[in-house]
Design a protein around this ligand. Structure first.
Ligand code: NAD
Length: 329
């Protein structure tokens, strides 16, 4: 029998790739989102454009579905999630989770996947850029550095209670900085890899780019294909999580910019300026995923970055061409 699944947030970056992946595996897929994917047609069999803060839409979303993938969230990169949007982030994402989870329970869906985030980890454990602590249990006692992280922690607990009290089969992943083609690359919600690819693509050889913070802050970045592999393996397993799905290849932001410049074949000068930088260091800890799923992401950062740079470079050129056409019209 064909498996039926809904991807909430199926118009977003990870969600639209997930829809394609589930279709390629032979499923019937419904996607629900405020908007359709920006960069390509959705592969979904059915696409509901709707607001999951609305209980009626959440009900429609999960109707007749076996598996539910809940990725919808009000989110963005560091420039978006720190400060001015806090109330909206907490209110919108909490409402989505409350409704989607409860409606999935009422509709007797088989399994529900929830995408949490590395942003749940305690700020004081990520003060040393060369030695951050992000093992799953270290999320408690809780002290995330953003309200976005607090909402994720609340929702993780919400899903776990539905598992404990109502016997729901829940799966929770903590994604660490996922990137790849067809991700947001401009407009203020983009994350570091996309932002740096754009800045380098826009810069002239020998030119300079600005980087928020001192540049020694560290992160790890997970290519979309390995994120999808992790979701698929977690759903197929008996393990509820929360579990990290991330790369252990930690890199400083300045070195990430150097790597992107090298991929682009450009000599670029880095100017470190004041700006939101988040925690000082963050890296995935993959001991639990290896122990429970017998697998962990392993692809080199450079490989995914080459594909992402090529795609963003193309977007930058298309945008420039369009601007020239308007200019000369
Ligand atoms: P995204 O912003 O591209 O996708 C989220 C989607 O949710 C968007 O398409 C948005 O329109 C949709 N959405 C927001 N509010 C909605 C509403 N009220 N009703 C219906 N749809 C709504 O983000 P993404 O990078 O694809 O992330 C997917 C999930 O993974 C999110 O929950 C995010 O918090 C989590 N996550 C992502 C990363 C990452 O690096 N990309 C890291 C950690 C966690």
């Amino acid at each position: 029998m064909i498996k039926k699944a809904v991807v909430c947030g199926g118009g977003g970056f990870i969600g639209s790739h997930l829809v394609r992946d589930l279709k390629q595996k032979g499923g019937w897929v419904r996607a629900v989102d405020l908007k359709k994917p920006e960069f390509s047609d959705s592969a979904a069999d059915e696409f509901i454009v709707g607001d999951l803060r609305n209980v009626g839409i959440a009900q429609q979303a999960v109707a007749d579905m076996e598996d539910v993938y809940q990725l919808a969230a009000d989110m963005g990169g560091m420039g978006f999630i720190c400060g001015d949007h806090d109330a909206a982030i907490m209110h919108n994402s909490a409402l989505i989770n409350l409704h989607v989870l409860n409606e999935a329970y009422q509709a007797k869906c088989r399994k529900i996947f929830y995408s949490s985030s590395a942003c749940v980890y305690a700020k004081h454990n990520q003060a040393d850029p060369s030695n951050p602590k992000c093992s799953e249990e270290s999320a408690y006692p809780a002290a995330p550095d953003s309200e976005y992280g607090w909402e994720k922690l609340f929702s993780e607990r919400l899903y776990l209670t539905y598992g404990r009290n109502y016997g729901m089969d829940v799966r929770i992943a903590r994604f660490h900085n996922v990137f790849g083609p067809e991700g947001t690359w401009t407009g203020g919600r983009e994350k570091a890899p996309a932002a740096l690819c754009r800045k380098v693509a826009e810069a002239k050889n020998g030119g300079s780019i600005e980087i928020w913070g001192p540049g020694d802050q560290t992160r790890s970045f997970l290519f979309i294909d390995e994120c999808l592999e992790g979701i698929s393996r977690l759903m197929a397993s008996d393990f509820s999580g929360p579990v990290n799905i991330g790369s252990e290849e930690m890199i400083s932001i300045n070195n990430l910019a150097i790597l992107v410049s090298d991929i682009a074949g450009k000599q670029i000068n880095i100017k470190n300026i004041d700006g939101p930088e988040g925690v000082r260091g963050r890296n995935s800890d993959n001991r639990l995923i290896k122990n429970t799923l017998g697998w962990a992401p392993s692809a080199p950062l450079r490989v995914g970055l080459e594909k992402t740079y090529a795609w963003i470079n193309k977007q930058v050129r298309i945008k420039k061409l369009a601007q020239n056409v308007v200019h000369h019209a």
